[in-house]
Design a binder for this molecule. Structure first.
Ligand code: ADP
Length: 476
């Protein structure tokens, strides 16, 4: 663990193993921390806050830029580590390292634009000044599916704002987190500013993070159930909260869309990270006029995907994170099958040859999907593309909005009016219009309803780490 600028063991001395989801092999071990370790980390972050929050924005920006450069210099090593620990194919891991690094650069630039306002008063002898200051110690809990970019998306703005942080990375991917902390230390982040506690059991750490009065903000990315629970606890301490949670993205193909282009987009997007992404499409609504061409192209594309160890050339789909994830996907597919779904491709676990030691599920296409199927309502987090054919263009937005989630949605159309109307009517925080990657460090990312609170990235991403303070000044 990394506490007050030192690499330390858990106070209890315990460790836990980290394994490769493609092979089942042990690839490392990390300290198994507990509540007392989390408290030490908070103490270090609290002690470092006075110094860090009063450094100049220029100094903080320089450190962030150095970290950005180091991430780029080490992109290959980081990508290899990510593929080994998390499973995504090497090319996707390289992409994530670049995306993750970009948050450090974006927020390095934004650090120097934290400004205030000089405001009018009704009294001639009074002036108002409002400034923005860092909120204080931030507690962060991150997931395993994007084990580097989900960290830098929180660290970038926290460091830029002048906050200090305690982070607990996901138990499945602590080695990627360790590599990022090594980079931050090398870039010159002072002792105590960034701290990391690793643990196999997240519960006691989450309890301390949400109850310690020194922690002023909780930022969490993960499942809706855990996010709601932690936000509830943080509310009791009146901590500021941002939570980026699950999704159930609709992907709408209008009758005027190019169905092949849309199918290529759906295939590229759905199987990214083996479907383990909160913005992964979960309901593909295709107009009947476009259905044959769309399903035909998608079937070909999905059949051509190569599944296996992400280290191997040509592999486009890696393993799922663990056995429970495979179980969940298999159960959703069996439920859909039993209720009448067609399965032109996939629909089975992959256990032949080398794959038997990993957690693999075949890229799967489901057709004739209906609202009574679990896959229509619950997040799959796996390589399954459920297609729903619709007839009424005027009703499709209503269908798309019929979910408790509200993170990402996708629209394919050649008609500008249709695109803009859909964008405005969809109750989702992020909408891809003929586009499968509507994300960037420069734009706000986040969801509505059960998909979370707050935004990460963009100018808004920095606001989450700032507190506004007002001065009334008498000229009398
Ligand atoms: P997923 O289903 O994607 O693994 P989780 O919400 O379970 O999503 O995990 C996301 C992060 O939340 C991980 O770092 C995990 O350790 C942490 N986490 C899970 N349960 C709890 C909990 N009860 N208290 C605090 N953190 C938790």
């Amino acid at each position: 663990m990394f506490i007050n600028g030192e690499w330390v063991d858990a106070q209890g001395g315990a460790t836990f193993d980290v394994t490769n989801p493609a092979t089942g092999e042990k690839i490392g071990e990390m300290p198994d921390g507990a509540a007392a370790d989390a408290e030490l980390a908070i103490q270090a972050a609290d002690a470092a806050f006075a110094g860090w929050s009063t450094t100049t924005a220029y100094a903080r920006a320089d450190i962030l830029m150095r970290a950005w450069q180091l991430m780029n210099d080490q992109a290959d090593e980081l990508a290899h580590l990510m593929t080994m620990e998390q499973g995504k194919p090497l090319k996707a891991a390289r992409f994530e390292v670049g995306y993750g690094a970009d948050f450090l650069r974006w927020f390095a630039e934004e650090a120097r634009r934290i400004t205030g306002q000089w405001l009018p008063s009704s009294r001639p002898d009074q002036r108002f000044l409002s400034v923005r200051q860092p909120v204080g110690v931030v507690a962060a809990i991150t997931p395993w599916n994007y084990p580097i970019s989900m960290l830098t998306r929180k660290m970038g703005p926290a460091l830029a704002a002048g906050c200090t942080m305690v982070l607990k990375p996901a138990e499945a991917t602590p080695l990627c987190a360790k590599a990022i902390f090594e980079i931050l230390a090398e870039a010159g982040v002072p002792a105590g500013v960034m701290n990391m506690v690793t643990a196999q059991d997240p519960v006691p750490i989450g309890d301390i993070f949400t109850s310690d009065r020194r922690v002023k903000k909780l930022t969490f990315t993960g499942s809706t159930a855990v996010g709601k629970m932690l936000a509830g606890k943080a509310a009791a301490s009146l901590q500021r909260v941002s939570v980026e949670l699950g999704g159930h993205a609709p992907f709408i193909v209008y009758p005027d869309a190019d169905p092949e282009q849309a199918a290529k987009g759906a295939a590229a997007l759905k199987f990214l990270n083996s479907g383990q992404a909160c913005i992964s499409p979960n309901r593909l609504y295709v107009h009947r006029d476009a259905a044959d061409a769309f399903i035909g192209t998608l079937t070909k594309r999905v059949s051509a995907l190569q599944t296996g160890n992400g280290m191997h050339d040509g592999v486009g789909v890696g393993p799922l994170v663990n056995a429970a994830a495979v179980e969940k996907v298999a159960a959703q597919v069996e439920d859909a099958r039993s209720k009448g779904a067609g399965i032109p491709v996939g629909g089975y676990r992959m256990t032949e040859g080398d794959l038997c030691d990993g957690h693999f599920y075949a890229p799967t296409l489901l057709t004739d999907v209906t609202p009574d199927m679990t896959v229509y309502r619950e997040e799959t987090f796996g390589p399954v593309a459920p297609v729903v054919v619709y007839d009424d263009v005027d009703q499709v937005i209503e269908l798309a909005n019929d979910t408790h989630y509200g993170l990402a949605a996708y629209v394919y159309t050649q008609n500008l009016k249709t695109a803009i109307s859909a964008f405005e009517a969809l109750r989702f925080g992020i909408v891809g219009i003929n586009d499968v990657n509507p994300t960037s460090a420069a734009v706000p990312f986040g969801g509505m309803n059960d998909s979370g609170l707050g935004r990460e990235g963009g100018h808004e991403g920095l606001d989450e780490y700032l507190e506004t303070k007002t001065a009334g000044i008498s000229l009398r």
